[in-house]
Design a protein around this ligand. Structure first.
Ligand SMILES: Nc1ncnc2c1ncn2[C@@H]1O[C@H](COP(=O)(O)OP(=O)(O)OP(=O)(O)O)[C@@H](O)[C@H]1O
Ligand SMILES: [Mg+2]
Length: 332
């Protein structure tokens, strides 16, 4: 893919977990951040494709380099950011200000999908199945909730199972009160309360943008007997190798999950690659839970690469396809 006479220069923006741990941030606070082997793996694919790779680091590093006059033909952006609902949108917004192309979604797509309540408003408006819900900020909001139990509670804008345990499934008003208070205090953001989905759980991998987007396949997430109950929780994600089984599935329910995911992906105008999480209701109808517009890309641990390896797509092919998809948006 190198252009004639010029080796494309691809920058990489990311938030390295170690950098933040060194600055004194906690283990769970930094759970979504990247491990060094993720950056190494992406860099290797860039170089193997004949491009030039340049590690930029986080948004502060990017800002310094931009001011110093550095430019790139494309930035492979996996920076999650630290502050606010726009945290994943910050690097794309900065790059747009300098007219530098980048991988994955634009600021609108990232901000919208990080906020699970806003995402659900948009998708419900389009008729995509998603559990009934309320976004609560205070006691008045909680008192107004009139949804049937069991319910499920989670921070409105986190990932990697943060704030999710077996107690996230709630069967009484007393526990609703207790859990919502705890989540509000710990994560300092609104809490999403929604109908509990008791059925099978799926994660669907998506590659491409708009009409070119396709669903790569469906992994059923099965909690093993030793796993924490009720949810694919933080604990279950941390010890996935012992507690979770991932099975590639193609039955009718899985096909339906794929269809819903592709509709949601296109409706939210997300780009290049990502993952959509669904669970079925008691009747076996898959419902949208959340979308990851910046899906984890650790070659071994992350769900999207795990799914790709199960369908016979190498990590090299996945990353190269993401780069190709992003380059389609550039005029070069
Ligand atoms: N409404 C629900 N009903 C039943 N289980 C749910 C519901 N919402 C979430 N869960 C469970 O909690 C898990 C984590 O929820 P969700 O995917 O929203 O969180 P996340 O932390 O953003 O995940 P990721 O690691 O994919 O970023 C789900 O995989 C599922 O097992
Ligand atoms: Mg999820």
């Amino acid at each position: 893919m190198s252009r004639v006479g010029k080796k494309l220069k691809i920058g990489i923006t990311y938030d390295l977990r170690d950098d933040y741990l060194k600055e004194g941030f906690g283990f769970e606070e930094t759970a979504e951040f990247d491990l060094p082997d993720t950056i190494e793996a992406i860099e290797k694919v860039i170089i193997d494709n004949g491009f030039q790779a340049d590690r930029i680091g986080n948004i502060k590093g990017l800002a310094r380099r931009l001011v110093a006059g550095n430019r790139w033909d494309l930035v492979f952006n996996i920076a999650e950011g630290l502050h606010g609902f726009g945290r994943e949108a910050q690097v794309p917004a900065l790059l747009e200000a300098y007219n530098i192309p980048y991988t994955f979604s634009d600021p609108l797509g990232h901000a919208l999908s990080l906020h699970k309540g806003m995402t659900k408003h948009v998708l419900r408006d389009l008729g995509i199945p998603t559990p009934d819900f309320a976004v609560v900020n205070n006691q008045t909001d909680i008192d107004k909730i009139n949804l049937p139990f069991p319910l499920f509670a989670k921070p409105v804008a986190e990932g990697t199972g943060k704030g999710i345990t077996s107690f996230s499934k709630i069967t009484t008003r007393k526990n609703l009160q207790k859990i919502y208070k705890k989540l509000l205090k710990t994560f300092k953001q609104p809490v999403l309360i929604e109908t509990y989905l008791p059925g099978r759980e799926f994660t669907v991998g998506i590659l491409g943008t708009g009409k070119d987007a396709r669903a790569l396949g469906v992994l059923e997430v099965i909690l093993k007997p030793a796993a924490e109950k009720n949810a694919y929780s933080y604990e279950n994600k941390e010890h996935y190798d012992r507690l979770v089984e991932y099975i590639l599935v193609k039955d009718d329910e899985a096909q339906k999950a794929m269809e819903i995911s592709l509709m949601a992906w296109r409706a939210l105008d997300l780009k290049d690659a990502g993952r959509i999480d669904l669970r079925s209701d008691a009747k076996g109808v898959p419902h949208f839970m959340e979308v990851n517009s910046l899906a984890g890309l650790n070659p071994v641990r992350s769900d999207l690469p795990i799914l790709c390896s199960k369908i016979g797509m190498s990590y090299h092919k996945l990353i190269t396809s993401i780069i190709k998809s992003a380059l389609k948006r550039t005029k070069k």
